[in-house]
Ligand binder design. Structure first.
Ligand code: ACO
Length: 333
């Protein structure tokens, strides 16, 4: 029995869902000691979206998925694999993918979550590509979603200015090599787990009044160390996957980077010799949406008609773990 379908993963359609709540830098000036000038110049963020009322991680995921499925002409019951990439599940148990499966009525899908920090969507795409290459799945729904605003310390100006909530979804099917993933790779270094983490809420420090009093349920981050790491791996991992498929940076039509800091994006772009016109940027409007930043940027680019069929597109991300990953694909179109 052959373990190769002869096909690769193609992104057939995209969708996104963003909460209606919006927080501008000027709103943050009222909450912590910061300024629009500092946030804009040091990060590139102008405003970010925030869940309000009944919105949840799974409701945003479901809304983004419904759009992607509709555009692909795929019924929920035709999905055979549903992957949700997130570090901010609705609840510890069960996985968010189970909740999304139920909301969608994707009753024939196998489902699981991928937890890989802001690299979650890239990890999910790599996993989906393996399922397609082996012929184990034909209709994959991949969601990149994060809702970090409930786990951000709104008294910590080092982190609260950076993040926003959102969801992006893609439908993935088997396609010829000229229309899909050429190469992708996942990387990780658990020795650097302490650079970005939430101390409590897991089984090593279950929630109690002390963990709450000590603000241990909020994100803790060493920003400058992550910055240095990100600048290095964004360009390095893109070059690695380009090399894996015999391509060079000059062959790229577009790069879709994780949106954590405009200075990180500009530096990666410079190292790769790309012009900023080739790079998709939406950090000004959404901040860092973790696993959602790449699929939301993809969906916006599709809507704006940026990609032509066959365009060579690079995706690259880094995040908590530390994790990082990159993917090179021909746009399906
Ligand atoms: N407003 C005003 N001043 C601030 C703010 C703020 N919001 N935040 C920090 N400062 C201050 C600091 O306190 C410091 O003051 P000090 O010199 O008096 O101590 C000064 O600004 C400089 O601080 P730095 O941390 O050196 O600032 P830097 O230029 O490194 O920018 C930032 C900080 C934006 C966090 C940057 O390091 C960064 O973007 N790092 C990457 C973070 C990241 O990508 N995280 C997400 C990972 S992905 C995931 O999995 C979720």
């Amino acid at each position: 029995m052959s373990l190769s379908s002869g096909k690769v993963a193609g992104i057939i359609s995209t969708g996104r869902a963003l909460p209606v709540g919006k927080i501008t830098n000027f709103d943050l000036e009222e909450i912590v000691e910061t300024s629009d000038e500092w946030i804009s110049s040091r990060t590139g963020v102008k405003e970010r979206r925030m869940m309000i009322r009944e919105e949840t991680n799974s409701s945003l995921s479901t809304a983004a998925s419904q759009i992607a499925l509709e555009r692909a002409g795929v019924k929920p019951e035709e999905v055979d694999l549903l992957i949700v990439a997130t570090v901010t599940p609705d609840q510890p148990l069960p996985s968010t993918s189970c909740l999304v499966q139920a909301h969608l009525g994707a009753s024939n899908a196998a489902v699981f979550d991928v937890v890989a920090g802001c690299t979650g969507f890239l990890y999910g795409l790599h996993v989906a590509d393996q399922f397609i290459r082996t012929g184990a799945a034909r209709n994959i729904l991949l969601v990149g979603v994060d809702t970090l605003t409930p786990v951000i310390d709104w008294q910590d100006r080092n982190t609260c200015v950076l993040f926003g909530d959102g969801a992006g979804a893609v439908v993935i099917q088997p396609v010829e090599k000229e229309r899909g993933v050429l190469a992708s790779k996942m990387f990780s270094d658990g020795n650097q787990a302490g650079l970005l983490y939430i101390p409590a809420g897991g089984t090593s420090a279950p929630a109690n009044h002390l963990t709450v009093e000590n603000r241990m349920h909020y994100v803790k981050m060493n920003g400058p160390e992550i910055f240095k790491f990100a600048v290095k791996v964004m360009a390095e991992s893109t070059l690695k996957v380009l090399d894996m498929c015999g391509k060079k940076p000059a062959d790229l039509d577009f790069l879709v980077p994780h949106q954590a800091n405009i200075r990180i994006i500009e530096s990666a772009c410079k190292k790769l010799g790309l012009s900023m016109e080739q790079v998709l940027v939406n950090i000004d409007r959404y901040g860092n949406m973790s696993s959602a930043s790449v699929p939301v940027a993809l969906d916006e680019a599709v809507e704006e008609g940026k990609f032509k069929p066959g365009d060579l597109v690079g995706l690259v991300a880094f995040g908590a773990g530390l994790t990082w990953g990159a993917s090179i694909l021909h746009w399906y179109g």
